[in-house]
Design a protein around this ligand. Structure first.
Ligand code: PLP
Length: 419
């Protein structure tokens, strides 16, 4: 396969990702997880070979060095997100962990009989199930703002659902199914006018666009490192300082206390350490900081232009294929994702067929079956792009789709869905 990168990024980008040299074919499952550039792998090795030690605990040089490195990564996250202070950045294991931390730490004060949390109809299970379980456990209500047939949040319906009983709105910045970009600043402003807090799931936004949490005025914002070229097992929960100060730590343990005695009340340290019980994933934070530096080095505008070009190219090329439907309108606000349906062929048969051609895509419901239900679809086949993808990757999909046929899923399990 020849690879011609889009107009905005140099061809050398592909050489930055060692795994690409070992695996020919097209990796188009970046919304699930991205590959890691050498700069991130090197940062992990460097951390473990030069600074490895627990943080905030030992009175020795390596302990201080490791703590410095970790806190520098936090400072980098503050700058990347436009947060007011590093204390507003909590390292988590990922987006799922961050959402659960807010649900555990704040949820029972927000939800109960006569009270509600509002989610959008396009949420990933990670920003749906924690709220749903909380509603079930507290007798509160989980309201859902409907999506239109293009997969956009219906703004009028969203606003109409806001009211005194809604304590918090949980909404994704970018849909992991269709790549729809939500007008988060408008949603936040509307929610705030009605006195509701807003948690934004930025898992699919941070890889593709600069995010400024103060511009959005989000109360909480979370994302995962592994979807933005960083390591697995790391993520960020941003929260406004006064809200984090007020958050009940979802977990307690080492690293969170000033002092513990058998008789006196436990005295906890301030945030963010109060919210990071146990040994943190220091290398993960360091790797994430390296990943964001790598993206900055490529140029955020160039990354976004590359991404937009590939989305528009894919929509054009795939849209011309007979029997192939592009779902939603990803070309309007391109954000790295194009979802398609092949008429008469189960998405798993399409995914399996593409796999046989060396193409990795995600097929199915993308952990968002309620959204797929709202769209009236069994599932989709999702192409999701990263900085190393090329027009040739899209061309490979187009070529392979010419020979896709109904297979075992279509014929024997036509309505089966997983995940
Ligand atoms: C929009 C969205 N939210 C949350 C998640 C969960 O992320 P993680 O598994 O890294 O916690 C994903 C992962 O696919 C996602 O796409």
């Amino acid at each position: 396969m020849t690879h011609i990168l889009g107009r905005t990024l140099p061809a050398s980008v592909r050489a930055d990702f060692p795994i690409l040299a070992t695996r020919p074919g097209a990796y188009l499952d970046n919304a699930a997880t991205t590959h890691k550039p050498r700069a991130v792998l090197d940062a992990l090795v460097e951390y473990y070979t030069t600074a490895n030690s627990n943080v905030g605990r030992g009175y020795h040089e390596l302990g201080r060095l490791s703590t410095d490195v970790y806190e520098r990564a936090r400072q980098d996250m503050r700058l990347a997100l436009g947060a007011a202070q590093p204390e507003e950045v909590v390292f988590t294991t990922g987006t799922t962990d961050a959402v659960n931390a807010v649900v555990d730490g704040l949820g029972r004060r927000l939800l109960g009989p006569g009270r509600a949390v509002l989610v959008s109809g396009m949420e990933h299970n990670s920003n749906l199930l924690p709220w749903r379980r909380l509603a079930e456990e507290t007798g509160g209500e989980l309201l859902t703002a409907p999506v239109d047939r293009h997969g956009r949040v219906d703004l009028d319906a969203f606003t109409a659902l806001l009211g005194p009983k809604v304590g918090l709105v949980a909404v994704s910045h970018v849909s992991n199914v269709l790549g729809t970009v939500n007008p988060v600043a408008d949603l936040v402003a509307a929610a705030h006018r009605h006195g509701a807090l807003v948690l934004v799931d930025g898992a699919q936004a941070v890889p593709h666009r600069p995010v400024d949490v103060r511009e959005l005025d989000a109360d909480f914002y979370c994302f995962s490192a592994h979807k933005v070229y960083g390591p697995m097992g790391t993520g960020v929960l941003y929260g406004k300082r006064e809200l984090l100060d007020d958050l009940r730590p979802p977990r307690v343990g080492g690293g969170t206390v000033k002092g513990v005695s058998a008789v006196d009340p436990v005295r906890y340290v301030p945030v963010p350490q109060r919210l990071e019980a146990g040994t943190p994933n220091v290398a993960g934070a360091v790797g994430l900081a390296a990943a964001l530096r790598y993206l900055d080095g490529l140029g955020r505008d160039a990354v976004r232009a590359h991404d937009e070009h590939l989305v528009r190219y894919a929509v054009r090329e795939l849209g011309e294929l007979p029997g192939v439907r592009v779902i939603g309108a990803p070309q309007e606000t391109p954000s790295g994702i194009v979802s398609i349906v092949v008429d008469g062929v189960h998405p798993y048969d399409v995914g399996g067929h593409l796999d046989q051609h060396g193409i990795a895509v995600r097929s199915g419901v993308h952990c968002a079956s309620t959204f797929l239900d709202a769209l009236g679809l069994l599932g989709t086949v999702r192409l999701s792009f990263a900085v190393y993808n090329t027009e040739s990757d899209v061309d490979a999909v187009v070529d392979a789709l010419a020979t896709v046929r109904p297979g075992v899923w279509t014929n024997e399990h036509p309505t089966t869905r997983f995940l």
